[in-house]
Design a protein around this ligand. Sequence first.
Ligand SMILES: [Zn+2]
Length: 230
Amino acid sequence: MNVHNLMEDIVIKSVNKIYDTIKESGAAWLSCDCENCRLDTVSYVLNRIPPKYVISGRGVTYAADTIYSQQMAADIDSLALEGIRIVSNTKRPFHTHDRKECTVEGDSKPAFNFSTFMGSILDGTTFEPVTGATLLLKLDGKQVEMADKTWSNPYTTVKSTKGKYSFWVKSISADKAGISKTFHFSLEVKAPNYEPFVYHFEIPLISEPGTRNELDSTYSLKLKDLVLFK
Ligand SMILES: [Zn+2]
């Protein structure tokens, strides 16, 4: 069985279109538009919108038509532009320093690699998504560094992503591969007119031989939906 996220095609199209428009306009802030940067932007957008899965080859055209609205197109375009700006201003771990080639830099130091954490913030009475909620992720009581600048911590939920949030914690170096360790996280949630809330969770990990710099979207951890009360 082949499962496919329909949003991928839509987002790739949007990101390429906007990169091309910016390039044509000669914007000075656009530092690079290579395939890696474009893919970074695609990941940035896909991580911030709900996926829409279909089984490949079955009714794909039909499904793409039904889910696509003008509002969604506008949301995706604005997220794409935001992503391009951030990617363009960031030295990604796999970029060379001058960003000319954007080649993937291998890193062979042992590390604890985290999957992405995802979840939703909902109103405890209506179960509607809460927008404008600010989430601060901490590890052992300290603000956690994200894998790169396309991820923010604290993160604020926005309307287009329906109260969804996601984090990708930067890898933590280890003495060697094969070490087991449990990481204690807390997620502080605040939203206007709601009671603040702290959610604690633990992630047991085994260190790997190298740092993982590329995002594998099949490997993400769904945290439980968090509800806020007024
Ligand atoms: Zn690049």
